[in-house]
Design a protein around this ligand. Structure first.
Ligand SMILES: C[S@@+](CC[C@H](N)C(=O)[O-])C[C@H]1O[C@@H](n2cnc3c(N)ncnc32)[C@H](O)[C@@H]1O
Length: 269
């Protein structure tokens, strides 16, 4: 195996996966799961695949909707995420696998959903083609990714401020999450995979952090920017964040900012 194999390069420690489930799922990821499941029309008796399931919030939501008689499978490259998923919801099937080479037969599912992960895949077209392959004819594929950086009320000014302190490369380093933000481009990519787009919508939810400091730590330390900046620059970004996030900061110091997410639903032709 080479170091570019996603099954090797995406591994995170179990502590990080547990923190993802206890902190970030309730604060951010959980809110989109009912939207994806609704867009996919998930109903009792269906077979559903959650691609890049993480700790499994979408799979768990789908599992409640397919009962009785349905089946949900979550697949992810990251063994620690799957370990947490198995602990939280042992009745769902959890499999290790790469979105670009799904370990399932053609037409095995009624629906495949993928939440907040497509932007990280090295070959998005291949992943969409795989989702198309594993759903039956007429089956549904739904993807959700963050919307355009420019439309994100808190992230856009935060990234601009960070770039003033860290230099223009900070913009691309902090923007990895938003690279699929153009809704028309995303819908075009889905169509190119042999799917017929049924809806392409922007949904506004909320990004929550317990404090401005926590917001900065997550944004800087979960991106390559942390390796490129000095302690001094990091401190200036931290100080500047207080101003740019002030409109979204409550009296108790917590942050709650609007967050736009693109949701595209499509059917296999
Ligand atoms: C931000 S998390 C989203 C997880 C989950 N969908 C959710 O909404 O909570 C991104 C997930 O994508 C997974 N991932 C990244 N690249 C992948 C790939 N090539 N194949 C499968 N999973 C992948 C990561 O391991 C991680 O669990």
């Amino acid at each position: 195996m080479t170091t570019t194999d996603p099954s090797e390069s995406f591994q995170i420690p179990i502590e990080a996966a547990e923190r993802y489930e206890s902190a970030f799922v309730p604060a951010f990821f959980a809110q989109w799961a009912p939207i994806l499941c609704g867009a996919a029309g998930i109903a009792p008796g269906q077979q559903v695949l959650d691609v890049a399931c993480g700790t499994g919030i979408v799979a768990r939501t789908a599992a409640d909707l397919v009962a009785p008689g349905g089946r949900v499978v979550g697949v992810d490259v990251n063994e620690a995420m799957l370990t947490v998923a198995r602990r939280v919801r042992p009745d769902v099937e959890w499999r290790r696998g790469d979105a670009g080479d799904l370990p399932f037969d053609d037409g095995a599912f009624d629906a495949a959903v993928c939440q907040m992960a497509l932007m990280f895949f090295p070959d998005r077209a291949a992943a969409l083609a795989e989702m198309r392959r594993v759903v039956r004819a007429g089956g549904t594929v739904v993807v959700a990714v963050p919307g355009r950086l420019e439309s994100q009320a808190a992230f856009a000014p935060f990234v601009a401020m960070a770039a003033r302190h860290a230099g223009p490369e900070a913009v691309s380093l902090l923007s990895a999450y938003f690279v699929c933000g153009d809704l028309d481009d995303l819908a075009g990519l889905v169509e190119s995979a042999g799917l017929r787009v049924a809806s392409a919508e922007v949904h506004t939810g909320t990004y929550r952090a317990p404090s401005v400091d926590a917001f900065v730590t997550t944004e800087v330390e979960s991106t390559p920017l942390v390796e490129r900046i000095s302690d001094d620059v990091y401190e200036r970004i931290r100080a500047g964040a207080g101003d740019v996030l002030a409109p979204f900061t409550a009296a108790d110091g917590s942050v709650a900012a609007p967050f736009e997410t693109n949701v595209v639903a499509a059917h296999r032709r």
